[in-house]
Ligand binder design. Sequence first.
Ligand code: HPA
Length: 234
Amino acid sequence: MTVHIGAKPGEIAETVLMPGDPYRAKWAAENFLEDAVLVNEVRGMLGFTGTYKGNRVSIQGSGMGMPSFSIYANELIRDYGAKTLIRIGSCGGMQDKVKIRDVIVAMTATTLNSPSSGIFKELNFAPCADWSLLKAAVAAAEAKNVPPHVGGIYSSDVFYDERPDLNEQMTRHGILGVEMEAAELYNLAARHGVRGLAVLTVSDHLLTGEALPSEDREKTFGDMVEIALDAAFA
Ligand code: HPA
């Protein structure tokens, strides 16, 4: 047990998928894992462990934003021995070529600030994905006929952003989408020598104002779960 995770030692797998929403963790565990059991419900941040094609895997909610994500990822890595962490989540599209429902595999994650900024101080560390996972996720997506966008994303600290000029700069620099967690995953993965990747689906669009109707979200979310699982065990 840790401060925020109630699982007993050994109850969490070395491979962990991390959606922001704890109910997405439940939905993914029920629909994609065999023999899934609830291993955490502290603060309602549900976590499950089961198997996928015979491989042991956990799905643990992270909450929204880098501070919340960082708490769960730190405890999973430091206390439960997680070695592969894949964020599965939604993002806002930032390029015309990126459409609603598209999948993005995040090569890098730009931030203004993250829980790791205090360590890096004046350094602009470049948080990047694990290459083996990135390559495997692209192959898994292509095999499902879901060709992904691969490139940089923006991990923001604010959903209700009062600085739209930052989004404009991101779009101008080719950033594919905005979400709120991946940069801290990549920082922690680098620090602890584990594998990190973010696979995202575009749920809304900053340039067009479109948003994915909620009844459509399960199908696109399901593709993303399978891409993450196939990449983890490639
Ligand atoms: N901003 C930040 N995070 C997000 C967004 C967004 O527009 N959409 C999904 N996650």
